[in-house]
Each structure stands twice: as C-alpha cells, then as structure tokens.
Design a protein around this ligand. Structure first.
Ligand code: PA5
Length: 426
C-alpha cells in the first residue's frame, strides 16, 4: 500500500473544479477512447497477464540463476529503466547472494561498452536483450558485440545464453530469435516501453534478481482496483495528478522527484522517463528531475531551498528500512557524535527528512507531495509502479497530450541515421 500526503502542499488545490474532467478522463482510459488508445493495455495487464508466460519467466529465471554468474540486461529507455529501478530498490547496490546484473544497450559510449565487454570475458554470462521495435541502435549495437563475445565463449551453444524480449511477431530481433532459436518473451502490442515494467520486459530481469514477480503483479493489480476510480475525492492517485497539473498551471515548471536511499535513485530515473516522455510534447509539460537526499542536499539542495521558485517536490519514501544500524558510543568522542549513540540510522535519516521538509516547505515555500510506502518489497513496488503510470496517463490527458507516443525522440534518431549513412534514410 502507499499513502499520498498532500498536507505539505501550501496552496489548497481546487479539486472540486476538476471533478467532472477527471471522471470523464477515467472513463476515457477505461473505454480506451482517448489519444494513444492503442497503448492502454497496461491498465488491465496486472489482472489479464499471460499466466503461462509468467510461469515460464519464473522457471527461466531459476535456470539463469543456476547456470550463470552474470546477467546482461541489454535495452534502453522503457526497455530497461523499470527493471533496473526494481532490481536496485529490492536488492540494493552491493547485493550478496544474487546473480550479478550489468546494463548494456543504453549507451553508445565506446569507453563504457569496451570496459563491460572486457569485464565479461572472464564471466559466465547470459544476455536478456529487450527491444520492442527490435531496431533501436544503442541496443542493437551492444547486442551484436555481446553475441560475438558469446560465440567466442560458448561456440554454437551461444544462442542458449540469449533470451530475447520483443514483439510477438514483428521486428528484426524477433526474426533473428526465430532463426537462431533464442528463448523469447513477448512485449504486448498495446503496451509501450515506459509502461512495460509489469510485462516480461521488467519481470524476467527482476525474477533473475530474486524479486517476487507474482507479488509485484498482485501489487499492481491491487493498485488497479484502487485507482480505476473516476471519483477524484476518493482517488489519491488522481489527486496527485491534479495537484501536479494545478502547479503546472500556476507557475511551476519542474517536478523534482526525491528519494532518501541511494538504491532508490533509479526509481527517480524511471519516473523522469515515464513523465518526461509521456508529457513533454507540443511545448507543454512539467520537466521531471530527480535527486537522492540527503546526498543531493549538498548540491541541488541549495537551489531547491533558495533558487528560482519554479519547482515542487514529490517525495517517495519508505516507512521501514530493510536493514538498520545502531550508532555506538565511543570513549573519546573525537568526532562529537556520542549524542547519536543508541540511535538507529533510520532515525537519523528520518530527522534529515523532517528537517528538510520543514526547510523547503516553511522557509523555501516549496510545495511537497509525500508518497509513502509501508516497506520496499515486490508487492509495494508493483503498487507504486501502477500508481505512477495511472497518474501519468491522467496528468497527460489533463493537458490534452497523448501519453503514449514519443514523436520528439524520432528526430535525433533520424539525424543520427542520416549522419551515419543508414541505407534508405535521407
Ligand atoms: O518508452 C518508450 O517507448 C521508449 O523509451 C522505448 O522503451 C525505448 O526507446 C526503447 O525502444 P525499444 O524497446 O523499441 O528498443
């Protein structure tokens, strides 16, 4: 479960003026009659997903964990950010007792790619290549290089170490998978990349990392039941969407997503992509940014407190940490920290949160939306993912934007292809 706290939003949001619009948009989402309506499959996916495929994902993940030291997740944008956010949030940044997971296919940096390939030379690794279109340059380039390395390592058995998540019928990756005999998983036609973490796109890597994907889907489904509700006064998900829309219309141009754990930083990256790519169109949209506090209180914190008043904060918090440490007394107290002896680090982090909230809200006049999860586990993460996806669809529709396309992204691709001399592109 998650709790949405709007009491630190100083302005009182005129929810009543949004009642009819929200009701109408919710109906439009349910009827699949709005802009981009071909891509609303994710709304019901947590209850309609292919149970057999999920069973196959679970057994494939067991096999991967048993047979390999390292899993390379090869994808970009919506084809890897959700998986990475979940894996880090659930298992931390320096996990013990789980398969190592490395990300490739999200960059064209020769330095990064060369270093990863070199590192993999001595690892027993496999690859989950993820691409709905099957033609994304960053992913295809990295995958070609990975295949060469796999061939060198495993010879004709290389294809057994490749797991492809792609369209059920179309695209170069699907054709190749058919020809080479890779095990494949499906990205449904009606679910776009940034809404796909609850499909095989996210589920296979998350299961390999030890996440409970059935619980994650159950969390998403419980959120679906809670938030598929056009009554704004009883729907915290849409209250959040309306609040950010209200700020957008009242001189705020940035939504700053805040987490308080380094291993939740990637949740911020996933959110930036979800909202930035869904809403940033037709010269409209809030710019989504993200920070990890207290780390970034020593960098962007200054701007938040005292800089241009262009932003509001959306804090994603977890009530109970998975692990904790108690500060101990030291005889000499040279660092002067004995006043914290006996206190848990979760308590210290909590006070950092409370002090920051007071500073930003009261002194800085920065509105704060606080979204709290009881604890970080697969169930609650599924719930959170669905909450933000549903709120994103509502937010974009409130701005009369199609949440499910990304026409702006195509322009850089076109220019790059022209510069690279890709056949058939002018
Ligand atoms: O959200 C999106 O649709 C995009 O970010 C895509 O996920 C990203 O461009 C990767 O596309 P593909 O899965 O086709 O390789």
């Amino acid at each position: 479960m998650i709790h949405v706290d709007l009491t630190h939003v100083r302005e009182s949001i005129p929810f009543k003026t949004y009642l009819e619009k929200v009701k109408m948009i919710n109906q439009m989402i349910d009827d699949k009659s709005g802009k981009g309506n071909d891509f609303l499959g994710w709304t019901t996916w947590p209850s309609t997903y292919d149970k057999e495929e999920v069973e196959r994902i679970i057994s494939c993940a067991e096999r991967i964990k048993k047979e390999y030291e390292t899993l390379v997740v090869c994808g970009i944008g919506g084809s890897y950010l959700g998986a990475r956010a979940a894996i880090e949030a659930l298992t931390g940044l320096y996990p013990e007792n789980r398969i190592e997971i490395i990300y490739l296919g999200q960059t064209l940096s020769p330095n990064y790619i060369a270093q990863v390939l070199n590192y993999l030379k001595n690892k027993k690794f496999c690859v989950n290549v993820i691409s709905k279109s099957g033609t994304t340059t960053e992913t295809s380039v990295a995958f070609r290089l990975l295949k060469k390395l796999l061939m060198e390592k495993y010879g004709k058995d290389a294809s057994k170490a490749i797991f492809a998540t792609t369209d059920k019928a179309r695209g170069a990756l699907k054709q190749e998978a058919n020809k080479e005999g890779y095990e494949t998983f499906v990205i449904p036609d009606d679910i776009g990349g940034r809404y796909s973490v609850i499909t095989a796109v996210g589920l296979l890597p998350i299961a390999c990392a030890g996440g409970d994907i059935i619980a994650l889907l159950k969390g998403a489904d419980d959120a679906r039941i809670a938030y598929d509700n056009g009554d704004l006064m009883n729907n915290p998900c849409y209250q959040y969407a309306v609040t950010r829309n209200y700020f957008y219309n009242h001189n705020k141009s940035v939504e700053l997503f805040v987490t308080y754990e380094p291993h939740h930083t990637q949740i911020g990256e996933w959110l930036k992509q979800l909202y930035g790519e869904s809403e940033g169109k037709e010269k409209k949209g809030l710019l989504p940014d993200s920070v990890t506090f207290s780390t970034d209180l020593h960098s962007l914190g200054q701007f938040v407190q005292d800089g241009s008043p262009i932003l509001f904060e959306t804090i994603v918090r977890v009530n109970t940490p998975s692990e904790d440490i108690t500060m101990e007394e030291e005889e000499n107290n040279l660092d002067g920290l004995n006043y914290l002896a006996g206190k848990k680090l979760s308590f210290v982090n909590e006070k950092a949160f409370e002090g920051t909230l007071k500073a930003h809200e009261e002194d800085g006049k920065v509105p704060n939306i606080i979204i709290t999860m009881d604890k970080m586990d697969s169930y609650n993460l599924g719930y959170l993912f669905y909450f933000f996806m549903r709120a994103c669809a509502m937010s974009a529709y409130l701005m009369d934007i199609n949440p499910f396309n990304q026409p702006g992204v195509e322009i850089y691709k076109h220019n790059m292809f022209v510069l690279l001399g890709k056949p058939g592109v002018k």
